[in-house]
Write a protein that binds this ligand. Structure first.
Ligand code: SF4
Length: 76
């Protein structure tokens, strides 16, 4: 029961997933779309090294709550 307002970042070197605990509705869209990366039973629960950057971005864009965003590590 973690109600703290946390922001966590997880990177595969190319893209960084940003997850905001307070916004997450645990709808598990991310888990459905990319189970290799989003493993709610593990700690840490996000494993970006298990997926391609494109698939990570697609999954992040499907998060219904806005809890997930991403940033590219290298611009240009
Ligand atoms: S899809 Fe978004 S709201 Fe749903 S569990 Fe994943 S991070 Fe949380």
């Amino acid at each position: 029961m973690d109600s703290k307002d946390l922001t966590k970042e997880y990177t595969n070197g190319e893209v960084t997933i940003i997850w905001k605990n307070a916004l997450c509705q645990h709808a598990a869209e991310c888990v459905k779309n990319n189970p290799d990366v989003f493993k709610p039973k593990e700690k840490p629960w996000i494993h970006p090294e298990n997926s391609s950057t494109k698939k990570i971005i697609d999954t992040v864009n499907k998060c219904p709550s806005g809890a997930l965003t991403y940033k590219m590590n290298n611009h240009e």
